[in-house]
Design a protein around this ligand. Structure first.
Ligand code: GLV
Ligand code: MN
Ligand code: MN
Length: 431
């Protein structure tokens, strides 16, 4: 146990006194440094896909931040990055962090807010002269969004044993590149991936700060909230198979067009979601042969569905599958449905959440207890919660928009998030 360790060091070549490490300054300088990485010049959104050049630049940024503070940098067998203050092997560590990868044209905040806030919170604790009684680590979990290989939270799932090595080796991107090949070309050893129980056993608490992906905090008027639970959610692939033919010469009556069945299924998904009170989204599609003047032979659509409880999620997905089967049979279209991933409901540990609520009591500007919110969004914290006491902090998002370049959080709220995270880390890891 590293008693009496204090964070030290500098960031981005700035050497400075403790007074320089105020939450807002440190946060902003890092935020500006990371902002251009992987940003698409036309959409303004981020394309930081796992193991891409942009992801590697984000990883280099993480390592620079770690080393500039004198933290012990390491990457684990599953491609997750760690920055340690104190002895990584001592056990009972307090760990904080999030992810740096993005969805296609994602916002700046989903993931990076948690990682940048973690380093800024450490800087804030340094300025407070905090003395650590437990090891502290900051993490960047790899491939959280699953934008490239289709499965979310690959890094944390592998570590927690929730994704088998064989299944991970089968993951392919749209160009047919496998996950192992992508890792290898980025200089990682795909032969090493697999469960990492010893590492997880050294974590006493994991706290992930994240931008809110909804408007609950905007409605309550609070800059920061705590997570209660994550809805059960999953991804299903629907393959509709018809017959490719000429768009200009094939009579309507002679067509077997899978696009029509897909379109009917999209409408059914909306209807079933409304009926059950769940969420159902077809947001990604692949078409073969994908020619403007060809009736498709294949339409592959991915359903993302989520609900507050398992029974509702089962009901909505069963309803959508049933409707798709009916439409397909009627139109002579082949249909296969494959569940590609599933994450059961997560109820964050009550004891840790209560401890965080107590730490944050009266620290904010509102004078009210910090609100406790559920969310439909998945997170590495949800995956880790099966192995480690886990909690989440949310930072207000005034529009609620996320997975879009328009995602936003105000500077003052980001600073409030850094302070809240620093308070939490101080309460958990310092004397
Ligand atoms: C992660 O952002 C998710 O899709 O829930
Ligand atoms: Mn996301
Ligand atoms: Mn996220």
């Amino acid at each position: 146990m590293p008693t009496g360790t204090t964070p030290n060091g500098t960031t981005e070549g700035t050497s400075g006194s403790a007074a320089q490490w105020r939450a807002g300054d440190s946060f902003l300088s890092m935020w500006r440094g990371l902002a251009p990485v992987g940003r698409h010049p036309e959409s303004g959104g981020y394309r930081r896909y796992a193991w891409s050049a942009a992801d590697l630049d984000c990883r280099a940024w993480f390592r620079t931040q770690a080393e500039a503070r004198g933290l012990t940098y390491e990457r684990d067998r599953n491609g997750n990055q760690w920055a340690w203050l104190g002895d990584p092997l001592a056990g009972d560590a307090v760990v904080t962090g999030s992810h740096l990868d993005s969805v296609p044209d994602g916002g700046a905040f989903d993931g990076p807010l948690g990682v940048v806030s973690s380093f800024a919170a450490l800087d804030e604790l340094h300025s407070r002269g905090a003395v650590f009684t437990r090891p502290l680590a900051i993490t960047n979990f790899g491939d959280e969004e699953g934008a490239r290989f289709g499965l979310a939270c690959v890094g944390s799932r592998l570590a927690a044993g929730q994704l088998t090595v064989a299944d991970a080796h089968r993951l392919r991107d749209a160009d047919g590149t496998t996950l192992p090949a992508a890792m290898e070309s980025a200089g990682y050893d795909p032969g090493a991936i697999g469960p990492d129980p010893e590492r997880l056993a050294r974590i006493g608490a994991f706290v992930e700060l994240h931008v809110e992906q909804g408007r609950a905090l905007d409605l309550t008027g609070d800059p920061v909230g705590l997570a209660s639970a994550i809805w059960p959610h999953g991804r299903w692939r629907f393959d509709f198979r018809g017959e490719a033919n000429h768009a200009g010469t094939t009579r309507l009556a002679d067509r077997r067009d899978p696009m029509l069945t897909y379109a009917e299924t999209v409408l059914a998904a909306r209807r079933e979601a409304e009926l059950t009170g769940a969420l159902a989204t077809f947001g990604k599609i692949a078409v073969e042969p994908n020619g403007v003047n060809a009736i498709p032979s294949l339409v592959r659509g991915w359903l993302d569905s989520r609900a507050a409880d398992q029974a509702t999620l089962d009901a909505v997905v069963t309803g959508i599958e049933r409707a798709a089967q009916e439409y397909a049979e009627r139109a002579g279209i082949g249909l296969d449905v494959v569940r590609e991933s599933f994450t059961p409901v997560v109820e964050f540990e009550h004891a840790l959440r209560d401890e965080l609520a107590k730490i944050l009591e009266g620290t904010g500007d509102t004078g009210r207890p910090v609100p406790v919110l559920g969310t439909g969004a998945g997170h590495d914290a949800g995956i880790l919660s099966a192995s480690v006491p886990t909690a989440m902090l949310f930072v207000r998002n005034p529009t609620g928009i996320s997975h879009s370049p328009a995602e936003h959080a105000a500077e003052d709220d980001c600073t409030a998030g850094v302070r809240a995270l620093a308070d939490v880390l101080e309460g958990l890891a310092c004397s």
